[in-house]
Design a protein around this ligand. Structure first.
Ligand code: ADQ
Length: 489
């Protein structure tokens, strides 16, 4: 199809996610600076160019005044972003509370908060009310910008109530919902006080997607066991209405990484890193500083490896890059101190006057520096305790065409299902096993590294973020909404 002026037709897509792909920093009453945010969802969707997409979400900042809101809306429009303004109280209850303190840990098998059960139970209801209110605010913005024929793609656990809000307003809207985290076993989901309401809201969507077949299966089981609905090979059926449920494994824009390795600034960074760590094997961890990423367990496994292999002590270095997130949540502050304490102890124990075994950076790296790091790494350690997919493992593989380094990967990351044959799979809780895998990876013969790398490289370069988005949207387009059903009857 062609649009006016001979331009090729592009499907209009409204991407709705809690956070916009940019963070806003206020520089004056009506002056804003926008910076790209770090995170898996942003990395995946930035590469998606084949749609006429607009992004709807929160800019990560409280803007109480009209002047500020107007100026920010204008600045964001240039990036095809539309803001949802949330006040501080809603952010506290909905985002820090219900999303990050309840749903995030629960979906990663860390359970519901336990410290003060009574207080949690009492605040639970007000947090859930705030969650629903926030989701309605997202829906109001979507409704204002929706045009007939648009496809609306809702993302993640922050917006499980959104499909219901959207469909109540317009039952003909095509609505898809995708979860970036694991969906846990129905036995875990059952513990959530608002379990049924959330499931029903998600089922209002036309298409529900997960990273893996297992997560989709857990979701269907939750709907059958908790709601008593019928699960079919296609999805979940409720009184004749089918919600299609399927797996859509995400990928990365692999070309962007492969091409970046040729750029002069990346080559320059690589040269510096090679000189800096000459004579030592480089091991790498890149994670948001989050309890699901298993950073303390990873560092303890590295300690065990050094303890058992004194000959490696001055021949290997672990670079752990951990970008802080959710810094106002006490559990995350505790995790930061814990990691610092362990790193300090190990460096004190095994460091020398000229070298330390662990370099731990609490910050984000720019794209060029990140690519260079991936490219010079001998062994990457991705040891999440649970992870929806994990794109760091994909990015590492994309940058390893010449080095053919080894990926040690948690069996509890969704990526284990796609990169499992090329990686060394580990149980991240088993520090002895991870330490042994580090030894195996460092000593792996070149032909085995080559074979493993080829397997993973092939997967990463053919299962891209573009393909992921195109498949999801095309399936969503193929679903039948209520109006079409009526005309068919
Ligand atoms: P995340 O938990 O954010 O994503 P991940 O998939 O690994 O996890 O993506 C992280 C992204 O942030 C990567 O693109 C990485 O390059 C970047 N990043 C991380 N640390 C960085 C640092 N220190 N400096 C610079 N960049 C950094 C969620 C789910 C995942 C799922 C994705 C996508 O938790 O399981 O894979 O969404 O669906």
């Amino acid at each position: 199809r062609q649009e006016g002026h001979g331009r090729p037709y592009k499907q209009r897509l409204l991407v709705v996610a809690n956070r916009l792909p940019v963070s806003a920093v206020r520089k004056g009453e009506d002056l804003w600076q926008l910076e790209i945010s770090v995170g898996g969802l942003v990395s995946a969707l930035l590469g998606v160019k084949e749609f006429d997409a607009r992004w709807i979400g929160w800019a990560g900042v409280n803007v109480p005044d009209d002047v500020g809101q107007k100026a920010l809306t204008k600045a964001l429009a240039e990036k095809r972003c539309i803001p949802v303004f949330l006040d501080e109280d809603i952010v506290h209850q909905y985002y820090n509370g219900y999303c990050n303190n309840i749903l995030w840990p629960l979906f990663h098998y860390l359970g519901l908060p336990q410290e003060d059960r009574l207080a949690t139970t009492r605040s639970f209801q007000s947090q859930f009310d705030a969650y629903k209110k926030a989701n309605q605010m997202f829906a109001d913005v979507v409704n204002r910008h929706y045009e007939e024929g648009d496809v609306v793609w809702c993302h993640d656990y922050h917006l499980m109530f959104l499909p219901k809000c959207l469909k109540e307003h317009n039952s003909n809207m095509k609505v898809g919902w995708f979860l970036h985290t694991p969906f846990p076993s129905s036995e875990i989901h059952r513990t959530l006080p608002s379990r049924s309401e959330l499931l029903r809201s998600v089922l209002a969507a036309d298409l529900v997607g997960f990273h893996t077949y297992d997560y989709a299966r857990h979701f269907v089981s939750a709907c059958t066991r908790i709601l008593g609905l019928e699960g079919t090979p296609e999805g979940v059926e409720d009184q004749g209405k089918l919600t299609r449920v399927a797996a859509f494994p995400i990928g990365i824009d692999s070309d962007r990484f492969v091409r970046a390795l040729e750029l002069p600034p990346v080559q320059e960074h690589m040269k510096e890193l090679k000189e800096r760590f000459a004579g030592r094997k480089v091991m790498l961890g890149v994670d948001r500083l989050d309890m699901i990423k298993g950073i303390p367990q990873k560092i303890l496994a590295f300690e065990k490896f050094l303890e058992e292999n004194p000959n490696w002590r001055d021949k290997v270095v672990l670079l752990q890059i951990a970008v802080p997130t959710r810094t106002d949540v006490p559990e995350y502050q505790k995790l930061t101190s814990q990691v610092h304490e362990i790193v300090g102890r190990i460096n004190g124990r095994f460091g020398t006057l000229t070298a330390v075994p662990i370099h731990h950076l609490d910050r984000s790296l720019d794209f060029h520096a990140l690519c260079a790091l991936y490219a010079v790494t001998d062994v990457a350690l991705v040891t999440s305790l649970r992870d929806g997919m994990n794109l760091v493992s994909y990015e590492f593989v994309a940058c390893q065409a010449s080095k053919k380094g080894v990926l040690i990967l948690s069996e509890f990351a969704g990526a284990a299902q796609s990169l499992g044959a090329g990686a060394i799979l580990v149980n991240p809780w088993n520090i002895t096993e991870v330490a042994a895998s580090i030894g195996y990876a460092l000593n792996m013969p070149a032909d085995e590294r080559e074979k493993r790398h080829q397997h993973n490289f092939m997967h990463v370069t053919t299962h891209t973020s573009q393909e992921w988005a195109a498949t999801f949207v095309s399936e969503l387009n193929d679903t039948i909404v209520e109006a079409q059903l009526r005309t068919r009857q």
